[in-house]
Structure formats: C-alpha cells, structure tokens
Design a protein around this ligand. Sequence first.
Ligand code: SIN
Ligand code: MN
Length: 207
Amino acid sequence: MLVLPRGVRHIPGFLDAAAQRALVDDIRAVVEAAPLYTPEMPRTGKPMSVRMTNCGALGWVTDKARGYRYQATHPITGQPWPAIPGRLLAIWNAVSGTDIQPEACLVNLYADTAKMGLHQDRDEEDLSAPVVSVSLGDSCLFRIGQTTRSGMTQSIKLASGDIVVLGGEGRLCFHGVDRIYPSTSALLKNGGRINLTLRRVTKPQSA
Ligand code: SIN
Ligand code: MN
C-alpha cells in the first residue's frame, strides 16, 4: 500500500468538471495578461520543457543570469503579474489549513513530452505555509520523495481536478513530474497539462 510522507496529501477529484472548466477560463485570462514563456535553467541557460507564467503579487522565475527567484513583474513584458483568481484563493482556503494567504501562483504548462526533474520548493522565505498544487488537463506521473534527495520515492498518477498539498513535515519533500499521459483529458482544447502551484513567499507580519 502506498503511504505518502507525513504532511503530503493527495486529494483526488477535488474539483468537479464544472469547477475545472471555470478555473481554465480564469487561467486563460491570466495567460492573456501574462503570456507563457520558456524559462531557462540557472547557469547553463538550458530551456526548461515546461512553459510558465504566474499570477499573484510575486511570481517564480528562473533564467541563466540570475537563477531561481521571486519577482513582482513578468520577465518579458515587465508588467506586474495579474492577481490570483478568487476561485484559486478559495481552493487554498479550503485545503491549506492556514489563515496565511498565498502570494504566488506558478502556472506550468506541460506539452506531451514535457517533464520536471526532482526538486524541492525552497525559494520561499516562509516555509510555514504549505504548497498547494492543482492539476488540470492530461494526467501525469508525479514522483514524491522525502526531504533528502537520496530518500525513497513513490510515483502517483495525478488527474485533472486533483490537488496535492505539501505541508508541515512534507513541505520540503522532493517532487517532480516524470511524464505526461497525452490525450487522457478533454479539458484543454489543445491537450497538455496545466499545474497551478500556490505558495506563500514572504514571512507574514506577526500580529
Ligand atoms: C512544480 O513542482 O512546480 C510542478 C509540480 C507539478 O507539475 O505537479
Ligand atoms: Mn515544485
């Protein structure tokens, strides 16, 4: 039996078909304001296989010269990122278990052959809030490990409407996407998979 690391939750089918369609419409509006672009790996400048954009006060970006970071503006247009759609904030509030609000939502678009190597989400100053990740479109094979790179990993299939929460002891678990299963969903008219990752970046002001 598959037992996920402590603090890691997979919630299959959290969003029904209508909620998925509504979210795709929201993301379409985000992408109109903040076009998808191809990010580069730090130092090597090698293009990533996913295309990205963001919404929220801060967006996660990477390029050859300056590496992984958060910034308030789109790296190509120079414009502030559009706001996080209300529907996504509602998902965060339903599953995150915290009153802390997210500041960043990374939008990843995976074409059929795209993948993402095993990594930790650790560019955030605040690690007390969880990472909340929403899958839309084609299914993928998601790999989840431990908090050390050499730790045991397990693979789970994520389908459209599924949510993954990395919180508490699982906040820094290694994770990645080994493959996309093309044509497993009709949600996106051009196929592929969208992953939305909500995160808190800065430390909240203490009351
Ligand atoms: C990510 O870690 O940025 C994306 C994870 C996913 O696509 O499910
Ligand atoms: Mn990640």
